[in-house]
Design a protein around this ligand. Structure first.
Ligand code: 5GP
Ligand code: ZN
Length: 141
């Protein structure tokens, strides 16, 4: 595993995506979120640091719908490896910070991971949906 560095330009964090051994739809080649993280694909980024990037979902399911994404290309929740604990801790920290930033911390919000077909996962780069700004139904459909 290694960090791919990109040049700082147009406000894009020079961290890029971390290499992963997987290929095909689960690999980082042609991965949409790796593209957004590296700046090759346009994204409405609301937060970025060394390990985590957060950007607005292009098809929001709530008034606030932000994707919290580790820079490391991890295809699904099932692909977490020993040593990834810090990344997940960072994701939760960023989710709380962004919730404060966009004004949904007090009213409440939900942090959701879809894993696999039955959950409807469509992008195979681990991401957490931060949803809020309205009363969210439970249980989810
Ligand atoms: P999943 O279904 O894998 O849990 O979530 C994927 C999310 O990515 C969906 O909510 C979808 O709307 C969002 N998405 C798909 N394509 C794009 C894109 O090009 N840009 C952004 N910002 N979000 C996207
Ligand atoms: Zn990726």
């Amino acid at each position: 595993m290694r960090i791919v560095l990109t040049v700082w330009s147009n406000g894009v964090w020079p961290g890029g995506c971390w290499k992963s051994g997987q290929s095909g739809v689960r690999g980082m080649e042609n991965c949409l979120f790796c593209g957004i993280i590296s700046g090759k694909v346009k994204g409405a980024i609301v937060h970025q640091d060394e390990t985590v990037v957060a950007f607005k979902d292009v098809n929001p399911k709530a008034p606030v719908h932000i994707l919290i994404v580790p820079r490391k290309h991890i295809a699904t929740l099932l692909d977490l490896e020993p040593g990834d604990e810090g990344v997940i801790e960072d994701v939760f920290r960023v989710a709380a910070d962004v919730a404060e930033q966009v004004g949904i911390a007090k009213s409440g919000f939900r942090l959701v991971v879809n894993c696999g077909a039955d959950a409807g996962q469509t992008v195979f780069h681990l991401h957490y949906h931060l949803l809020g700004g309205r009363r969210l139904g439970w249980p989810p459909g």
